[in-house]
Design a protein around this ligand. Sequence first.
Ligand code: AMP
Ligand code: MN
Ligand code: MN
Length: 325
Amino acid sequence: MAVKLSEKDEIKVNEIVDILKNKNSFLITSHINIDGDGIGSEIALFIGLKKLRKNVEIINQDKLPKMFKFLPYSDKIKIFNEKIKEKNFDVGIIIDCGNIERVGELKDFILNLPFLINIDHHLTNSNFGHINWSNPIFSSTGEMIYFICKKLGQINKKQAICLYTSILYDTYCFTHHLSNFTFDIVKNLLTKGINPEKIAQRIFFEKSIKSVNLFKEALKTFKFYKKLSLCTMEISNKLLKKTRTQEEHTEGFVDFLISIKGVEVGILFKERANGVKVSMRSKGKVDVENIAKKFGGGGHREAAGCFFENKSLKEVEKIILKELQ
Ligand code: AMP
Ligand code: MN
Ligand code: MN
């Protein structure tokens, strides 16, 4: 099999696997507004550790979006609460987070654990943790977890479903940010008897009517800035209320913007209770991570995001547009 890590990455994997084999209890977490990459990576690693008979829990700040409920063990995932603060873990494993703030409410708890492992593929990573394995060459943390799981034992079908989900999600159906490993890893996962059509269907082709209704309304805010090759759309709280939807119903909207011919950058502005979340996508000419970074966010060249606290949609749109001009 052609999949071979660089020496540097191989060393990191070995360091991580050593800790996983030698310690007993593990907390696995990922970023706020958990996504397909984070969740697939968490569960695949959870299974790998369970196979070694370790005590392991997945705990996130936010609840699992419904679209991922088909994943094995997804019902075992916990939401952070006061009671969890009384628990002890030897090791905290933080996946798909460019900085520690991204774990949200778990931050203080996790920083108090005796040992932290940081596994990430964002362009900018603040190098937190006792072991930091961060490398943007990977399409997804799913690819990184694949190498770890392989060293923990044979990858089983359930792990393969989760890892395939991670990769499929973060490459948006193999359309961007592919790595040199992607197709070799996928080929290997397919030998585990997973059904790739079914997984793609679950993640990308089961839009709810609620989501479509929201999209219909959101399209009324659609703007095309020809000179900037830019498209934008906005989702106000008023609109969410009117269509009885939540932010998770906006899944795929920003990817629609970037699917338009002649568009280089697509931006979705999402109003939240305490500010505005900006989701950006690029076909590659414009580095959207560079923009997100300026406002405390992060991501990748082709997909990045940031959050503006206590600002209105109009204010944020003005700031971002100015940055793009
Ligand atoms: P999203 O627009 O939320 O789908 O995110 C696109 C990419 O940017 C993902 O890789 C996210 O992890 C990253 N990202 C989004 N928001 C932030 C943020 N506030 N800080 C750092 N990275 C972010
Ligand atoms: Mn992510
Ligand atoms: Mn990711």
